[in-house]
Ligand binder design. Structure first.
Ligand SMILES: Nc1nc2c(ncn2[C@@H]2O[C@H](COP(=O)(O)OP(=O)(O)OP(=O)(O)O)[C@@H](O)[C@H]2O)c(=O)[nH]1
Ligand SMILES: [Mg+2]
Ligand SMILES: [Zn+2]
Length: 310
């Protein structure tokens, strides 16, 4: 006779061993059942998956018996539109991108790149502008935030030092699976530790320590949050990258462009130098941020160059 059954979430995985947090809060090291290893289902198990687990007979280990359908995923597509993709995290509810208003200086190109990755995976995204204590002029923060708010992204202005904006950010993370990302030094770990005193985790350092111990490639790691929800450490999003995003769908990854798409004179308009371009009209009218359009142009040439190489 087999033992107990539970339902849970895959927190991490190294090779054949996966760590699952069960509904009752207990953690289990589990393996995949023999029949699940057959065919492509084995490749498809990912961190974030919602699974059924069962305890083996006579004290045998736990194993996964079923993977529930996913509601979303962050996936790394094969380059050049080739078939096949690798799911980095399953069941992500949102992407939260952290930048600092200073130290280090924010790079809008990089912000836009992160947002396009979220859009390419059809995931809602929000932006955190941290370290607002470092600027005395709130207009400086607004200058950075406004184009994103105009595009429809929620923007959190935060400071761990002041502190500012922490309750609203905690609300955003509660009961959701969040891929938290951003450059080094912007304050991701500081924010998590300020939001959840006692959790004392270092987001972004988890994968490394797991790697060192086992010499195995691991992907994302889900970190359970007190109060409900999970954050996924940063390598999850960086690993996804822009790989395989078709250049022709890049314009849809800029939400503020969408009302103009289909309004250009040419159906295959790239929104660069074509006459009668509704997107560039939007830029000229001030409805679309020129900086965001510049990011679009830069990313477009990158994606087109990648496509030429395949
Ligand atoms: N002034 C100020 N400094 C902050 C704030 N948040 C974090 N810092 C400082 O910024 C530095 C980097 O913070 P971390 O939390 O380690 O940054 P991180 O994003 O986790 O960086 P990585 O782990 O390298 O990706 C630390 O010296 C923090 O004390 C803030 O709101 N204001
Ligand atoms: Mg950190
Ligand atoms: Zn156009």
């Amino acid at each position: 006779m087999s033992g107990e059954r539970r339902r849970g979430v895959v927190l991490s995985g190294t090779g054949g061993v996966w760590r699952v947090r069960a509904d009752d809060g207990t953690d289990h090291e589990v393996s995949l059942r023999g029949r699940l290893k057959q065919g492509d289902r084995f490749d498809k198990l990912a961190v974030g998956d919602d699974v059924d687990i069962i305890e083996g007979a006579r004290g045998g280990g736990w194993s996964i018996t079923h993977i529930h359908p996913r509601r979303s995923q962050l996936a790394r597509r094969a380059p050049g539109g080739a078939r096949g993709e690798r799911v980095v995290v399953a069941n992500v509810d949102q992407v939260v991108i952290v930048f600092a208003i200073a130290k280090p200086e924010p790079h809008v190109r990089m912000i836009d790149r992160f947002l396009v990755i979220a859009e390419g995976n059809e995931l809602p995204a929000a932006l955190v502008l941290n370290k607002v204590d470092l600027v005395t002029d709130a207009a400086m923060v607004d200058a950075l935030a406004v184009p994103y708010e105009a595009a429809g992204y929620p923007v959190h202005r935060t400071s761990v030092k002041q502190p500012t904006g922490l309750d609203a950010l905690r609300d955003r993370l509660t009961n959701r699976v969040t891929a938290l990302s951003g450059p080094s030094g912007v304050g991701k770990s500081s924010l998590i530790n300020a939001l959840y005193p006692g959790l004392s985790l270092r987001v972004g350092e988890i994968s490394e320590s797991v790697n060192k111990g086992r010499h195995t490639t691991v992907g994302a790691v889900l970190v359970p949050l007190p109060g409900g929800g999970y954050v996924v450490d940063t390598p999850g999003l960086r690993e996804v990258g822009l790989w395989g995003l078709p250049s022709a769908s890049l314009d849809h990854c800029f939400p503020e462009f969408r009302p103009s798409l289909g309004e250009c004179r040419f159906q295959d308009c790239r929104h660069l130098a074509e006459p009668g371009c509704a997107v560039r009209d939007g830029v000229a009218r001030g409805a679309i941020s020129a900086a965001r359009h510049e990011s679009y142009a830069k990313l477009l040439s990158e994606l087109e160059a990648a496509e030429r190489n395949y």
